[in-house]
Design a protein around this ligand. Sequence first.
Ligand code: ZN
Length: 85
Amino acid sequence: MIALRCPYCQSEQLVKYGMTPNGKQRYRCRTCGRQHRENPGSNAYSDAEREIVLRAYQERSSLRGLSRTFGVSRNTVNAWLKKKP
Ligand SMILES: [Zn+2]
């Protein structure tokens, strides 16, 4: 399971807070009290999360499958792949 962080304060004290209209999990941060959606942007991913996704990519070689499994956009994964040494 990927640990999620609050994009505002980086806290991991998140509680589920309903769903967005497009079916994404919504979270509320217990530390700062703000709400946010799952995966709001590429900078919301920790190094560990990025490693998990990139490893899955190497095993499956399907960006579409990754998008479905992790909710990561193909553009995000492509950007990570370019950054990788
Ligand atoms: Zn927070």
